[in-house]
Ligand binder design. Sequence first.
Ligand code: PLP
Length: 401
Amino acid sequence: MDYVYGPGRNHLFVPGPVNIPDPVIRAMSRQNEDYRSPAVPALTKTLLEDVKKIFKTTTGTPFLFPTTGTGAWESALTNTLSPGDRIVSFSLGQFSLLWIDQQQRLNFQVDVVESDWGHGADLGALETKLSQDAAHTIKAVCIVHNETATGVTNDLHAVRKLLDAYRHPALLLVDGVSSICALDFRMDEWGVDVALTGSQKALSLPTGLGIVCASPRALEASKTAKSVRVFFDWKDYLKFYKMGTYWPYTPSIQLLYGLRAGLDLIFEEGLDNVIKRHTRLGTATRMAVEAWGLKNCTQKEENFSDTVTAVVVPPYIDSAEIVKHAWKRYNLSLGLGLNKVAGKVFRIGHLGNLNELQLLGCLSGVEMVLKDVGYPVKLGSGVAAAAAYLSNATPLIPSRI
Ligand code: PLP
């Protein structure tokens, strides 16, 4: 029972949690079952094989933790590092900030590389640090691929090239929470050592699965890493993988069936088509923002995110009002500005199981809200710009050709 019912569908345009496709909801609507029976291990085996495809890895080892992105962070760090280890971590928005806070609380020695919010990771600063670290005191480089607070996508390939240029052995740990399964992500090709995501983002599942994938080098590091870990210990999982039963503790059976259905949908569309769809949705959103005469929080085109756009509002408008009003009047859910950009930006999440017409619905809602809060927007301007682009760019639905 909704405690605040609104007619029609909620237009859910926060950058996670996102819309859950109906086949996934149906797949999850089932009884509990004995996870020690042959059925759950058989299902898990297919999931572990298939999640590798969304990380674009053949050599990685995935783990499906009953957790969120935050737990997946902790798993990545504690399995590969020891207290006191020096790491480099980029601060450029709320989620990179929270990860750094976790890194510090886990007692790593963190070299924080700051960028102004709206800018990408400062790779020049990383290069300086690598060039001065002949003794290889830096044990890991941590980076958020897509900073969800500002809509900034970082260039992971460039990070790998820097590490290689200095023949530096630091592990590359990547938060792919709002990128994996939506943006171009290549674990093997870019030499990512640990990649992670959460089920409620581009995978379009409920919250509750933290998916972590470890490279062979990361697995090797886990054998000597001294950080205390229990719930997130890869060793326990690996023991059960070997036994073929897969689970050291009770998995969420329903989420596993949901993941199966979600992956099937992604493979039916084709992962590369899913990524192209996100490129279209991101491009269309940015065109609308430009047509409204508003600015993207992200300063450089090379960092524009295809999963979330943070829109800067004029100083006389409180962006939190926009978000509140959108929900109250139009049943449209937009993302708030967080921390340093609270009140200054609102966010349009355009990731996951989403199509062009849904996005146009959101954009028309945003226009009405902008007008309501006193911004001089020409109704239809953003929608027209986005629709003109989408009507040319949208291909036939792959399964209907
Ligand atoms: N990393 C990024 C980039 C995120 O956007 C989020 C949440 O939005 C997190 C980590 C934290 O994930 P969770 O809220 O699932 O713990």
